[in-house]
Structures are given as structure tokens and as C-alpha cells.
Design a protein around this ligand. Structure first.
Ligand code: HEM
Ligand code: HEM
Length: 179
């Protein structure tokens, strides 16, 4: 596709961005809370919220990537320094990579722990692999490290978005809001 024909994110891309963003922020909040409230009904509920939002995000990310590979991002301002372009691209692809890998890893982690993945108290999704305590420990470590890497990437991402929207006012924030 000719890059010059992409002038803006489509409304579908923008909707998918904000739905994913809200779901990811909520699942991270639930993830941090579920491991600090201590065992009990609240912890169990937070786990179900975390799994369910993670499972929901996965097809949304597949849809986003399918659109993104057929339609390049609109070009960045011509006067943007090279390191900022590089940082923006690296940040976006790190986010996409973790968005793609971590729901799968999380599903495997929960499966290795044992029992189904309850989806919003509606349906119990079957475990993908057999219960395995040693594997659970390993999968869980990778899942958590990637989760915290994502938190750092989101912090940089939101900081940059606000810098563009409030300090530079160069249209980068508004093209993901109003198009
Ligand atoms: C984008 C998707 C996801 C992200 C970014 C993510 C992130 C995280 C983070 C940051 C933690 C650590 C919380 C803490 O220790 O304070 C965590 C824990 C966990 N997540 Fe996810 N998660 C995602 C999807 C999923 C999914 C889909 C499932 C299961 C179906 C899942 C299952 C788990 C489990 C079982 C733990 C607890 C691991 C343990 O305590 O050893 N996650 N997740
Ligand atoms: C809530 C605060 C957020 C704000 C203000 C925000 C803002 C933006 C903006 C303005 C862009 C467009 C950048 C450009 O056109 O070059 C963008 C792109 C992107 N955002 Fe966010 N975002 C937020 C949260 C998130 C979260 C939580 C995620 C994922 C975990 C995320 C993932 C992405 C990705 C992957 C892109 C690249 C889109 C593409 O070109 O394919 N964003 N964001």
C-alpha cells in the first residue's frame, strides 16, 4: 500500500485503541490488586476480572494488528527528531508484542495452576494444558515480568501522548482521539 494515502487512523482503529487501553488499564489494576488483597472472595473476583479482560483483549489486538498491517500509521510530523520516531515505533511494537503474547501466557499460566479460566462468571473456558506446579512457577514469572514491562511502556506512552497533546500540540494526540 502507498504510505502517502494513509492520512489518519480510521474510527475503527481509534475505537479499538481506546477499548484496548481501558481494558488493559483495568486488567492491570485488577492484577496488582488481586495479589495484594489476600485470599478471599474479593481476590477470587479480581482474578476473574483479570482473566476475562485479558481474554477479551486478545481478539481485539488480533483485529488491530490485521488492520495495522494492511494500513500503515499516518506519518509523523516532518520535524520530529529521529530518536523520537524510533522511540515511538519501538514503544508501539513493544506494546503490540506484549498485548499479543501475554494473554496467551496468562491463559497457559492459569491452566498450569489448574482449573478452568472463568470468563466473567458466564462460562468456564477449559484449561489449555495439564496442571503442573513447576511449569506454573516458570510461566507465571515470565507473565509477570512482561506485565510489568508493559506498565513501564504504558507510562512512557501516556507521558509522550500528553507531551504531544499539551506541550507541543502537534496533532499526535488528537489524531487518536478525533481522527
Ligand atoms: C494483556 C494481557 C495481560 C497482562 C498485561 C497481564 C499482566 C499481569 C500482571 C502485571 C500480573 C502480576 C500481578 C502482580 O503480581 O501484582 C499478572 C498475574 C497473573 N495473570 Fe495476567 N495479564 C494478562 C492477561 C492474563 C490472562 C488472559 C490470564 C488468564 C487467562 C492471566 C492470568 C494471570 C495469573 C494466573 C496471574 C497470577 C500469577 C501469579 O501470581 O503467580 N493474565 N498478569
Ligand atoms: C490512556 C492513555 C493513552 C493515551 C493518551 C494514548 C494515546 C495514543 C496516541 C495519541 C497514539 C497515536 C500515536 C501516533 O499516531 O503516532 C497511540 C497509539 C498507540 N497506542 Fe495508545 N494511548 C493510551 C493508552 C494505551 C494503552 C494502555 C495501550 C496498550 C496497552 C496503547 C497502545 C497503543 C499502540 C499499540 C499504539 C500504536 C497505534 C498504531 O500506530 O498502530 N495505548 N496512543
Amino acid at each position: 500500500m502507498d504510505r502517502s494515502t494513509t492520512v489518519a487512523y480510521t474510527s475503527t482503529q481509534r475505537a479499538l485503541h481506546w477499548i484496548t487501553a481501558l481494558a488493559v488499564i483495568a486488567l492491570l489494576a485488577a492484577g496488582l490488586a488481586m495479589n495484594s488483597v489476600g485470599p478471599g472472595p474479593l481476590m477470587n473476583r479480581l482474578y476473574v476480572v483479570h482473566w476475562s479482560l485479558g481474554v477479551t483483549v486478545f481478539p481485539l489486538v488480533l483485529a488491530r494488528l490485521a488492520i495495522r498491517f494492511s494500513r500503515p500509521a499516518p506519518p509523523l510530523p516532518a520535524d520530529m527528531p529521529g530518536w523520537q520516531r524510533l522511540a515511538a515505533h519501538a514503544n508501539h511494537w513493544v506494546l503490540y508484542a506484549i498485548l499479543l503474547v501475554n494473554p496467551v501466557l496468562g491463559y497457559l499460566t492459569k491452566s498450569a495452576f489448574g482449573g478452568p479460566v472463568t470468563y466473567f462468571w458466564i462460562v468456564d473456558l477449559p484449561p489449555a494444558i495439564d496442571k503442573n506446579r513447576a511449569l506454573f512457577d516458570q510461566l507465571s514469572s515470565v507473565h509477570i515480568v512482561l506485565g510489568f514491562t508493559m506498565i513501564a511502556a504504558i507510562a512512557a506512552h501516556v507521558g509522550a501522548a500528553l507531551y504531544h497533546g499539551v506541550v507541543r500540540r502537534d496533532g499526535i494526540l488528537s489524531r487518536m482521539v478525533t481522527g
